[in-house]
Ligand binder design. Structure first.
Ligand code: 5GP
Ligand code: ZN
Length: 112
């Protein structure tokens, strides 16, 4: 398996985990762009929004994880961003769908 996030799921490479259940894993981004920068992923490999199973419960579980983590890390009241980059123009570098949970500082909109 070549996918770096599958390797994190399988424990082949380390990650600083903040949330885990049977189907979802969340861990600190290795190159944080804000005081809080967590990646939330399905344990099952999907490339992106374009192939994730919308008939399963996985997206609900990811949003539930985002809510729990935001509360735990105290960014629920100040505000946060939940972003999934899809494809080349959006800058997706890891081809295992992931949701960036970013907070702890003021942000600009639109993003660059
Ligand atoms: P993308 O650009 O695909 O939306 O985001 C990929 C993210 O994964 C980047 O923010 C990058 O810092 C993070 N990342 C890449 N490799 C690793 C890794 O091995 N461990 C962790 N924790 N984060 C990683
Ligand atoms: Zn993968």
């Amino acid at each position: 398996m070549e996918c770096i996030f599958c390797k994190i799921v399988n424990g082949e490479i380390p990650a600083s985990k903040v949330y885990e259940n049977e189907s979802v894993l969340a861990f600190k981004d290795i190159n944080p762009v804000a005081p809080v920068h967590i990646l939330i992923i399905p344990k099952k490999h999907y490339t992106s929004v374009l192939d994730i199973d919308t008939k399963s419960n996985i997206l609900n579980e990811i949003f539930e994880a985002a809510r729990v983590i935001a509360k735990e890390l105290n960014i629920d009241e100040s505000g946060f961003r939940l972003v999934t980059n899809t494809g080349e123009s959006a800058g997706q570098t890891v081809k295992h769908i992931h949701f960036h949970l970013i907070g702890g500082r003021d942000m600009q909109w639109p993003p660059g």
